[in-house]
Design a protein around this ligand. Structure first.
Ligand code: ZN
Length: 287
């Protein structure tokens, strides 16, 4: 058994093309298991294929990130090298194609899916919602949990992507899941926990609070209040490396720095926190 699990990484992305195996080896040797997350069809396929290279400790989810339902978004560390000149393709979620992926490797969840109001283009909300509902239905059918991506707008403070996601889940979801990179309010976190979901924190909790954060997120307060049996940790590699690696390309073995910070905030023994967080993930993802 490992000591840690990074429930949300993208070692499947092009940012790791040069040294993918070394990054996974560092994680496994550091007692850290990894769930690689799909964000569109090809990154999902890559994540699933990677699970076959290792006897244990490497898992995947399959899904379509809300930003990839429109053609406006582009990230060089994600897309394949031959596609560098292109923005996101505006993929439509094809349930049958994604379902086929579960036959070629260890798939433990559907997502990342949800709503992203940060990268919002005028016609994208309806596309995001449609893709999200389709993915909830696939998760229901496969009886595997949802890996949620939820991001608020920094401009319109009156709308909440978190509450909109919750409303959709209450209507459609028969499975549970986890919000990765939680950045909502304490009330949002409690509402999701009451609905049986988990909340996962990323490297940003190790940074000093942002001075100009329009939503004034107070991670210390949120983490202090939430029950430990509902918390997880994720790196979102290659993005947002925790202190002391801030600014570098992130990787799964750094998840221990996030676990350490959670233990510090909750004033609990680090070992105990690591064990409980691992338990939580094993229970949700049935691994
Ligand atoms: Zn992600």
């Amino acid at each position: 058994m490992p000591k840690y699990i990074d429930i949300h990484a993208h070692i499947n992305f092009v940012a790791f093309d040069e040294d993918r195996d070394a990054v996974i080896s560092r994680a496994l040797e550091g007692d850290t298991w990894v769930i690689n997350i799909g964000t569109q069809y090809d990154t999902s396929k890559k994540a699933v294929e990677m699970t076959n290279k290792y006897k244990e400790g490497v898992y995947s989810t399959i899904g379509l990130h809300p930003i990839h339902t429109s053609t406006s978004y582009h990230d060089e560390s994600e897309l394949g090298s031959e596609e560098k000149e292109f923005t996101s393709r505006g993929e439509i979620f094809d349930k049958n194609k994604y379902r086929e992926l579960t036959k070629i490797g260890k798939v433990v969840g559907v997502g990342e899916c949800g709503l992203d109001y940060y990268h919002l283009s005028p016609d994208s909300v309806e596309k995001q919602k449609k893709a999200f509902i389709d993915q909830i239905e696939l998760a229901n059918e496969l009886e595997i949990p949802l890996m949620l991506h939820i991001r608020n707008s920094d401009e319109n403070l009156n709308i909440s992507a978190y509450q909109d996601v919750l409303e959709i889940l209450k209507k459609y979801s028969k499975v549970k899941g986890v919000i990765h990179f939680f950045a909502g309010t304490l009330k949002d976190a409690k509402d999701f926990i009451d609905f049986g979901f988990y909340v996962s924190f990323a490297g940003v909790i190790t940074y000093p609070p942002k001075k100009n954060d329009p939503r004034k997120i107070n991670y210390e307060e949120i983490i202090k209040e939430l029950p430990l049996d509902r918390i997880m940790a994720d790196t979102d590699s290659p993005y947002v490396a925790p202190v002391p690696h801030r600014g570098k390309r992130n990787e799964s073995v750094y998840v221990k720095d996030i676990v350490k910070k959670i233990a510090e905030i909750k004033r609990l023994d680090e070992e105990k926190v690591a064990i409980q967080i691992l338990e939580n993930a094993k229970k949700l993802f049935k691994i």
